[in-house]
Design a protein around this ligand. Structure first.
Ligand SMILES: [Zn+2]
Length: 135
């Protein structure tokens, strides 16, 4: 971690705390249903397909940019100091998608299908937030 966390801190609850704690260890988790096989993110108490209790699976951390936008205006700290930045929906190679930032590349060079890998910044004790950078 190279800088102090200045963004809002995600609020972990009984369902998501496992996810955030894994992130603090550098592991990206998604949920998979033992009954029907449905895979999902963000974390939920129940499978969105059948209502069973999902299990946690560790993702490889690799995926591709499914879609994205470039934020060029944001007057709120600390985001205004990061402009322009990329907000993307990343599709993990296991299937689930999550919203994150793509960093480590000029915003104008991000494209749909860009291969990326996860890294984490620790926002607080037991809260690791995933970011992605090109492979
Ligand atoms: Zn299910």
């Amino acid at each position: 971690m190279s800088r102090e966390w200045a963004r809002p801190i995600p609020g972990a609850d009984g369902v998501s705390s496992t996810y955030w704690e894994a992130g603090a260890r550098g592991e990206l988790l998604f949920q998979q249903c033992p009954a029907c096989g449905n895979r999902q993110l963000y974390p939920r108490a129940l499978c969105t397909a059948c209502g069973e209790t999902p299990e946690w699976v560790q993702a490889s951390g690799r995926g591709t940019v499914h879609t994205f936008t470039i934020i060029r205006q944001n007057y709120a700290k600390p985001f205004r100091d990061e402009l322009p930045y990329v907000v993307a929906i990343v599709e993990l190679e296991e299937g689930p998608r999550l919203m994150s930032n793509v960093t480590g590349v000029p915003a104008d060079e991000v494209s749909i299908g860009l291969p990326v890998e996860v890294y984490f910044e620790v926002a607080a004790e037991g809260i690791g937030v995933p970011f992605f950078r090109p492979i």
